[in-house]
Design a protein around this ligand. Structure first.
Ligand code: ADP
Length: 180
């Protein structure tokens, strides 16, 4: 399969439990089946290695995002489709990364705090409510919603396939795929 002429970074931002990882996996599978070169940078995984030791202060969160952005850029400039799944709660640093990466698509994975907390996929909201985790985004730490995201997935109204299809369609529409 021919590869597109340019890579791209698809940056999924949203609350914990909003659906970033799930959408990434779906999109990754679809693209791989079609022969594209894809890499996933998952916030949780990255904190185990590339960003090990960073905490959840604003400064550390920014550093976390800068490092992810740096690696995404390296990969994307080698024609890889990079799927980033990171809460990335601060608008300014997301914009900084966007400015530094030539091909950048922001995906706002939108589910209300109530829905995310009800899902509580990793049991983190429960821990945070019990005071065992501090600076938890959406509870005692801010989440700044994107103002100009290229895609918005409303995951409390859409199926996983519908949300992922929105991302795939945007990739196609912007010329990063040969077929969708
Ligand atoms: P995050 O990576 O944002 O922390 P996860 O992907 O781990 O979130 O969890 C999201 C949860 O929401 C999963 O259990 C998933 O099945 C569910 N979900 C329901 N609808 C959607 C949707 N449209 N897109 C993504 N996830 C969804």
């Amino acid at each position: 399969m021919r590869q597109p002429e340019s890579g791209v970074t698809v940056w999924l931002t949203g609350l914990s439990g909003a659906g970033k990882t799930t959408i990434c996996q779906f999109v990754e599978n679809k693209l791989r089946m079609q022969g594209y070169r894809v890499e996933v940078l998952d916030g949780d995984a990255v904190r185990q290695n590339l960003c090990k030791g960073l905490g959840f202060s604003k400064e550390d969160r920014e550093e976390n995002i800068r490092r992810i952005g740096f690696v995404a850029h390296l990969l994307a400039r080698n024609n890889v489709i990079v799927l980033v799944s990171a809460i990335s709660p601060y608008r300014e640093i997301r914009e900084e990364v966007r400015q530094n990466i030539p091909h950048f698509i922001e995906v706002y994975v939108n589910a209300s705090l109530e829905v995310c907390e009800q899902r509580d996929v990793k049991g983190l909201y429960k821990k945070a409510r019990a005071g065992k985790i501090k600076h938890f985004t959406g509870l005692d730490d801010p989440y700044e919603i994107p103002l100009f995201a290229e895609v918005e997935c409303k995951t409390n109204q859409e199926s996983v396939a519908e949300s992922a299809t929105k991302v795939l369609e945007k990739l196609g529409e912007l010329g990063y795929l040969y077929s969708c």
